[in-house]
Design a protein. Structure first.
Length: 382
């Protein structure tokens, strides 16, 4: 038979061992790791900043070695506390210390779930899962804040763009453009004109792209492709310049001569050229004249319905000088105008007397001479 001591030992020993084990477990788990975001979903190339608390639930100071394990080798990460990269952290009872875990995902990464652990050795393990939402690639991104701008033919178009190196290596990008003939494209990384730019992996550069259209460009929308390329990666961005056009009109003659001779009371026909010197089509170009008193000016036609940008139209003008105009130079101002713009051409008209009046004058002079001669002949000797 068992004595009293053996009976007590068999009854209370397992209970004591269980109590001791619970105390040891409680002591071992007095430090706990906590984060509010144990599982998140992000795209490739994302940088994640975790805030992790190391909480001491015990009654005495607890110290643990803290580290990250199981994270992929191609990922970059740092674990800091209080601004330091600390290996061992001590926490007062009933208090906590905050850790900052920064994880940088590469761009070249497969879609899926990735789990790693933050470990407080012999105390607590915090599993963290990151779900990569899409298949990653090694690429370059070329983007613009606004890829379409509107302006006149004389405007300069300044686009703000960003070039991002999403590869794992430093890249030297050559900057180029396939702009239409006559267009000028200037790249300015860091506000200085350049044809190339160097960008660190995972970094970006702001690049100003200045585009100047050619002289007298027609109204319309123009696409300007710009490119950034290296031997292993490239990106293209299409910028659009919407030219609203400029208005311009010229009035002249086929030879460019703006002077004519005319006889008083007679008519003179002038050949005129109305030229659209702008980049926008002209509609309803009306012809008019500012003339001396008594003069007449008519046009055929007096209104040109349409003149395309860069094109010309032929117009005839008929000028009738005042019948009593004395010989001399007169100015006849002709105008071609639309609601948007107008042009003037001043013609110098040299008036001559009619031939009949010339002969009449000669006859009067000859008559006067003959009369004087007759008078001298008849009365001169008396």
């Amino acid at each position: 038979m068992l004595n009293r001591t053996q009976i007590l030992t068999r009854i209370f020993l397992p209970f004591l061992l269980l109590m001791l084990s619970g105390c040891l477990t409680l002591t071992a788990q007095s430090l706990r790791l906590y984060t509010p975001y144990p599982e998140i979903i992000v795209p490739p190339g994302e940088t994640i900043d975790y805030t992790i608390d190391l909480i001491n639930n015990g009654a005495s100071i607890a110290t643990a070695e803290v580290f990250v394990e199981g994270i992929p080798e191609t990922w970059s990460h740092t674990l800091r506390s209080g601004g330091w990269s600390a290996r061992r952290i001590s926490v007062l009872p009933k208090e906590k210390k905050t850790l900052n875990l920064k994880v940088e995902l590469p761009y070249d990464i497969d879609k899926g779930n990735y789990t790693f652990r933050v470990n407080a050795r012999n105390h607590s393990v915090l599993p963290i899962t990151i779900e990569v939402s899409e298949q990653g690639t090694v690429k370059t991104e070329f983007t613009a804040d606004q890829s379409n701008m509107q302006g006149h033919a004389t405007s300069d178009f300044n686009f703000r763009t960003k070039l991002e190196n999403q590869t794992g290596e430093k890249q030297l990008y050559a900057l180029s453009s396939h702009a239409p003939r006559g267009w000028t494209v200037v790249f300015k990384p860091n506000y200085q004109q350049a044809t190339s730019v160097e960008i660190e992996p995972g970094q970006s550069k702001d690049i100003s792209v200045e585009i100047k259209p050619p002289y007298n460009v027609k109204a319309g929308k123009y696409t300007i492709p710009v490119m950034a390329s290296t031997g292993s990666s490239s990106a293209q961005l299409e910028l659009e310049a919407d030219i609203s056009g400029t208005y311009g009109v010229e009035l002249t003659t086929p030879e460019g001569r703006l002077s004519e001779k005319i006889t008083a009371g007679r008519r003179k026909k002038l050949d005129l050229v109305v030229r659209n010197s702008g980049s926008t089509d002209l509609n309803s170009v009306r012809l008019s004249a500012n003339k001396p008193r008594g003069w007449e000016v008519t046009f055929s036609p007096d209104t040109v319905p349409f003149i395309a940008a860069g094109e010309s139209a032929q117009v005839k003008a008929e000028v009738r000088a005042y019948g009593k105009a004395i010989p001399g130079d007169y100015v006849v101002s002709l105008t071609a105008q639309t609601p948007e713009i107008n042009a003037d051409a001043s013609f110098r008209m040299s008036v001559r007397t009619p031939l009949l009046w010339g002969w009449l004058g000669i006859l009067i002079i000859l008559g006067a001479v003959g009369t004087v001669y007759w008078l001298f002949s008849k009365y001169g000797r008396r």
